[in-house]
Design a protein around this ligand. Structure first.
Ligand code: AMP
Length: 198
């Protein structure tokens, strides 16, 4: 199994070669074709399995295909993550794999000022990686619009629920178009994760 055989765009294959990734991990081999074909996906995977690339590569592939609509760019992909550390890590992965594409990746997390994040949002964003609480703050202030979201990713969904983010996640999901692709990754699939997925 090679990345070429998964159907990824040449610009992404080049970035993978730059990083000396040759063989997809099992979660990548299973998830990438499904995400590329537009399915919603529930992925059971822990950190260290390559799960970030399993969603980042096909999401970037999708965004690379169409030119962004005219005017200030609203985010088209939203990745919700439980912690600031994971937000930085996931955004770095999007930047690494998307290095040959012209897409903006921005993080939103708490514990830092709102203003620099507001300015970044104003400059235009393609991929938004956010912690639920801070994203709600931006939604309440009107500094971010989620009506252009085409793909929603819930990463480490079990940890987000452990941290009490369910009400925030529900509010965010209500602000994202119903017509979209949804990907949910979790280390466990307990009933509450299944309920969230449904
Ligand atoms: P993750 O599970 O997404 O946190 O990824 C774990 C680590 O594996 C990260 O450092 C990735 O850069 C690396 N990685 C992910 N996919 C591959 C791959 N197919 N080949 C080599 N390294 C990979």
């Amino acid at each position: 199994m090679s990345f070429e055989s998964l159907g990824l765009a040449p610009a992404l294959l080049r970035a993978l070669a730059d990083n000396e990734y040759t063989v997809p991990t099992p979660i990548q081999a299973q998830a990438i074709p499904l995400v590329l074909s537009g399915h919603d996906v529930l992925g059971g995977a822990q950190t260290g399995t390559g799960k970030t690339a399993a969603f980042a590569l096909p999401v970037l592939n999708r965004l690379s295909k169409d030119t962004p609509p005219a005017g200030p760019r609203k985010p088209r992909a939203l990745v919700l993550v439980p912690t600031r550390e994971l937000a930085v890590q996931v955004a770095d992965s999007f930047k690494t794999y998307g290095r040959h594409l012209r897409l903006n990746v921005t993080t939103l997390f708490g514990g830092v000022g709102m203003q620099p994040q507001i300015e970044q949002l104003r400059r235009g964003v393609d991929v938004l990686v956010a912690c639920p609480g801070r994203l709600i703050d931006h939604l309440d202030r009107g500094s971010v619009k989620l009506d252009g979201i085409e793909v929603l990713v819930l990463d480490e969904a079990d940890r987000m629920l452990d941290m009490g983010f369910l009400p925030a996640i529900k509010r965010i999901v209500n602000r994202v178009p119903k017509q979209r692709q949804t990907l949910l990754f979790s280390a466990t699939f307990e009933p509450r994760i299944k309920a969230l997925a449904l």
